[in-house]
Design a protein around this ligand. Structure first.
Ligand code: RNT
Ligand code: ZN
Length: 417
């Protein structure tokens, strides 16, 4: 089937595919720099900590800022849609004047990232890095009972707000700054409230750093557990959500769909939060049995999350960022598959007769609703996706493997890890 015939099919459902493609190309999705180097960064040599782990040892991990940026540019060229760069503080780039610790980071340490963003007209999102650092004391940062430790990490958070403001001003696009810590305990704690009160106080202190909420969007990300912190996580779902609710004027809740119990779904939480928050943020990942951060696919829950954002007409209220790390396959492929899958999910949602389906629910026509929902699944979606890729000047799915292999041969294979 051609795109022209697919277009006709969708028109019968009242959907103009050309309009949909135009709309989709204006929606920005944040591309996480940490997929390219297994969340290592440039400011330390130690292991990845914080209860997260990258598995696999595929060839070609990016080892320098130049390599990582070249890889990101490759991914940008392979994916349709508007991107935003997502950078972690540990990806600071130190020039001749040398290393600076995280509490003292300055905008100048991120100039090359701004240069890259400007080359493509993109915005930048940012993340303080509260892990993989000697000042993580007994697994704790902002919730540590040790005042000096807490102070160090509060200063880091404040420095990151200043850097976020710099990104927003340089790019002209608001910067989403996400606070996530792996703080918690492997075993049953004797005090569950104390660390949370300290965490609350620390984030409040970070947010005392002056900033314009139109330019910088601080978020708090919750989690249920991490590796080695199975019994207790300080920044639990209730904690993060309550914190964001109490500080609505300067903070957003961020949900990562890998951070809940296995039968909970973020697709259902999106409309719940949108009843209360003007804006929310998402980390899009694929948890397999746990927060395993597998490559995002065009699967049921990914589609369902996108549908909820589109159906609630909230594309402008939800900050979307990818967050996963897979080193078991070609990292550029993993990155591109994930970004493209989320684009597919958004496209699929925009190509659904959402108004008609909603009317059926409201009219109580639930038998017809289930049939119509099944009908939508076999509409000629693939043709519209291919058209989107062509219009965006990126490979269609059938051409992707060759593009990936070419880059692997030419670039990745030459890196000796
Ligand atoms: C970890 C969180 C967090 C990190 C990134 C690197 O479980 O999802 O968002 O993945 O900050
Ligand atoms: Zn996350």
């Amino acid at each position: 089937m051609s795109y022209a015939s697919a277009k006709k099919v969708y028109l019968k459902y009242g959907i103009d595919t050309d309009e949909v493609l135009k709309k989709l190309s204006t929606v920005s999705v944040s591309l996480h720099c940490w997929q390219g180097d297994d969340v290592k960064g440039f400011d330390h040599d130690g292991p990845l900590t914080g209860g997260i782990q990258t598995t696999g040892n595929y060839m070609g991990r990016a080892r320098t800022p130049e390599e990582l940026m070249a890889d990101m540019e490759k991914v940008i060229s392979l994916c349709p849609g508007k991107k935003k760069l997502n950078v972690h503080a540990c990806y600071a780039i130190f020039g001749d004047d040398g290393f600076v610790d995280r509490d003292k980071l300055e905008p100048r340490h991120f100039e090359p990232w701004v240069k890259l963003a400007k080359k493509y007209g993109l915005g930048i999102d940012f993340n303080p890095t509260f892990f993989s650092h000697p000042k993580v004391k007994d697994g704790l940062t902002l919730s540590s009972p040790d005042e000096e430790t807490r102070k160090f990490w509060i200063e880091h958070g404040k420095a990151c707000i200043r850097i976020s403001t710099y990104f927003a001003k340089e790019t002209g696009i608001p910067c989403v700054m996400n606070i996530w810590t792996g703080d918690g305990y492997k075993d049953i704690p004797s005090d569950r409230m104390g660390p949370r009160l300290r965490y609350k106080d620390s984030i409040e202190k970070i947010l005392e750093e002056p900033f314009d909420f139109n330019l910088v969007k601080p978020c708090v990300e919750s989690k249920v557990f991490g590796i080695g912190v199975e019994s207790y996580t300080v920044g639990s779902a209730e904690f993060a959500l309550s914190f964001a609710a109490e500080h609505k004027d300067k903070c957003l809740p961020l949900m990562d769909n890998g951070h809940y119990h296995p039968t909970e779904v973020v697709s259902d939480k999106i409309p719940a939060l949108l009843c209360f928050f003007p804006e929310i943020a998402l980390h899009i990942t694929r948890p397999v049995r746990w927060d395993s951060d597998h490559t995002v696919l065009f699967d049921d829950e990914t589609r369902e999350m996108a549908k909820e954002i589109v159906r609630t007409d909230s594309l402008s209220r939800v900050y979307m960022a990818l967050d996963y790390f897979d080193a078991s396959i070609n990292r550029i492929a993993s990155w591109s598959i994930g970004f493209r899958s989320w684009q597919k999910a958004l496209l699929y949602a925009l190509l659904s007769p959402n108004g008609k389906l909603k009317a059926l629910q409201d009219e109580g026509e639930l038998t017809e609703l289930i049939m119509r929902q099944e009908e939508v699944k076999t509409l000629p979606f693939g043709e519209v996706w291919n058209e989107y890729c062509k219009k965006s000047g990126v490979p269609t799915d059938d051409k992707l493997p060759d593009e990936i292999k070419k880059y692997e041969r030419k670039v990745l294979a030459k890196r000796k890890n």
